[in-house]
Design a binder for this molecule. Structure first.
Ligand code: N01
Length: 531
């Protein structure tokens, strides 16, 4: 017999855990389903060497409980994966969440019953559940993607994806290792693997801009200061996401020397703060070029071989239009005698054989392949579930030409199904934890409203949805973001429609819009009352 749940939550990462806690807090019977054997979401799976967050640990953490933020001691400026995973385990224990999570259980389908206005959900063990609400906390960057390389099935060594890294870490010593991909994951893994591999070959299709992390242990006084100032810092983070030093000055309003000094200052500080040196870097191509030129000069200064340095300089897209990367000793790693950069733009991969990767010009003996090839971002995890709304309409069909929803939160024909940090919301463009808390709090208020008014379902109107989709597009087109073939646009997935998915207007504006919608009695939504 199908088990009845008020709110069914898919995923037990940052989003699923907080959603579960919040649902309990508002008195809703909730249960979460998690494919992995434990909590953590992407931080469970991304155990690759060097994995760490590029948002400062004191900010990449929950704000919903002051006791939690006071009792947890971060040890580094940018936390490593094991520390973030330990934190999420602590949260799960501290708030007694595990008893409401089914681990090792994937949700495979969810179908809305038009008559009962309830969701019928099935897991991969064939169990069925009936839920009033579905909260999709399945992750924005969780559907990992292996590259379609000819002959890869014939390779006789191990093939790993950074986003599905085995718990028993592979040994790189005496191995010729290939890393394919130079996004955030590859950039973190490459310097670590280089330290022990016999030889590391980095297969680069597109170079990325890599800003030094300047990671360091978090001094006790710094941590204490953060904790003391949390009320102010968290309130500000609700408006801006991560607390960067956002400049209000356009790049050409200062002299070339001042610009250079500002870039140098931020480069020395480390981290994504670099991108906010001037307020028009993401809107004005010429301003952007000044930042790109600065990074190119740093690359040329760091890499001994001038040919390799040029291959590492991104020149085909604006800085920041692909997710900026933050690394440690990334460029310097190419000065090691056991590291070779293979530029796939000059010589693409033609074949993988049992013990080698062949490019157009060379055959490279390889023992192990590490794919740092990214994700089917924002929609991939949802597409793996057969989701059918009113009248049996499938979410995959509805989104065939690109994701459509209202506020990034809900879709026409999919009543009572909430998406967390999905397309159409600030999502991956802001501190994910801040985005998650905003979404979950809004959803909780919405459910309180629905329950109090005896409503059975809520769904956006077609007009509100269309207007929001247009707005997301319009906001993106004012920026340089669409000028790169990035996963923001779905460009990394063959056949995926090229639509800029996140809302670029910022978390503060987004929050105000969502709050206004709620204050207006959930304007843009149709709410159905029970019989
Ligand atoms: O994935 P990516 P990622 N042959 O898609 C290449 C977050 N994150 O896992 O650009 C050869 O960015 C592809 O090349 P190209 C963060 O938001 C955060 O690194 O398509 N190459 C690219 O170089 C990040 O942005 C953290 O030409 C192929 C790479 O693989 C997001 O996750 C850490 C290929 C994929 O880069 C995703 O990052 C890690 C092929 N067939 C991740 N297919 C931190 O917090 C793909 N590529 C620091």
């Amino acid at each position: 017999m199908a088990r009845r749940i008020d709110a069914l939550i898919v995923g037990a990462g940052f989003a699923g855990l907080y959603a579960l806690h919040k649902m309990r807090e508002i008195g809703v019977v909730a249960h979460a389903f998690e494919m992995a054997d434990d909590v953590g979401g992407v931080w469970y799976w991304n155990r690759y060497p060097g994995a760490r967050c590029d948002v400062e640990s004191v900010q990449y953490s929950y704000s919903f409980s002051d006791d939690l933020q006071q009792e947890w001691d971060w040890t580094e400026r940018f936390a490593q994966q094991p520390e973030i995973l330990a934190y999420l385990n602590h949260v799960a224990d501290r708030f007694d969440l595990r008893r409401s999570i089914s681990f090792g259980t994937g949700i495979v389908s969810a179908a809305f019953d038009d008559e009962t206005q309830l969701w019928h959900v099935r897991d991969d063990k064939g169990e069925e559940y009936i839920a009033r609400y579905c909260v999709m906390a399945s992750g924005s960057l969780s559907a990992s993607r292996l590259p379609d390389l000819p002959g890869i099935e014939d390779f006789d060594g191990p093939v790993f994806h950074t986003g599905a890294w085995p718990e028993d870490a592979p040994e790189f010593a005496d191995q010729n290792v290939a890393v394919i991909g130079t996004g955030s994951s590859g950039i973190q893994a490459i310097p670590q693997i280089a330290k022990s591999a016999e030889h590391l070959y980095v297969f680069q299709r597109t170079p990325n801009f890599v800003i030094p992390a300047r990671n360091q242990p978090l001094a006790a006084e710094t941590l204490a200061k953060y904790k003391a100032e949390y009320p102010v810092l968290r309130a500000r983070a609700k408006q801006v996401g991560t607390l960067y030093d956002f400049s209000e000055t356009p790049a050409f309003e200062v002299s070339a020397e001042e610009r250079e000094a500002e870039y140098q200052h931020r480069w020395d500080q480390g981290g994504v703060n670099f991108v906010h040196a001037f307020n028009d870097i993401m809107t004005d191509l010429e301003a952007n070029q000044t930042a790109a030129d600065f990074v190119h000069a740093r690359i040329r200064g760091a890499v001994d071989d001038p040919v390799v340095a040029e291959q590492l300089c991104p020149k085909d897209y604006p800085l920041g239009a692909k997710r900026i990367c933050v690394g440690t000793d990334y460029y310097e790693t190419y000065n090691r005698s056991n590291v070779t950069l293979v530029d796939l733009q000059e010589s693409p991969i033609t074949q993988v054989s049992a013990g080698a990767i062949e490019t157009r010009d060379v055959t490279i003996p390889i023992d192990m392949i590490v794919c740092a090839t990214g994700y089917d971002a924002l929609t991939g995890a949802l597409a793996r579930i057969d989701i059918r709304g009113r009248g049996g309409v499938s979410l995959t069909d509805k989104w065939a030409a690109g994701p459509r929803n209202y506020l990034g939160l809900m879709c026409v024909d999919f009543p009572n199904m909430f998406f967390i940090t999905g397309p159409g919301s600030p999502s991956v463009l802001v501190n994910m934890v801040v985005g998650i808390e905003q979404h979950v709090d809004w959803i909780a208020d919405c459910i309180i409203h629905l329950e109090a008014s005896g409503a059975t379902s809520m769904v956006p109107t077609a007009a509100a949805e269309s207007k929001w989709v247009q707005r997301v597009n319009d906001e993106a087109s004012k920026t340089l973001f669409p000028k790169a073939s990035s996963w923001y646009l779905g460009a990394n997935i063959p056949g995926k429609p090229h639509v800029f998915m996140p809302f670029v207007g910022g978390i503060g504006r987004y929050r105000a819009i969502c709050d206004q919608v709620a204050a207006d009695g959930y304007s843009g939504f149709e709410i159905s009352q029970g019989d």
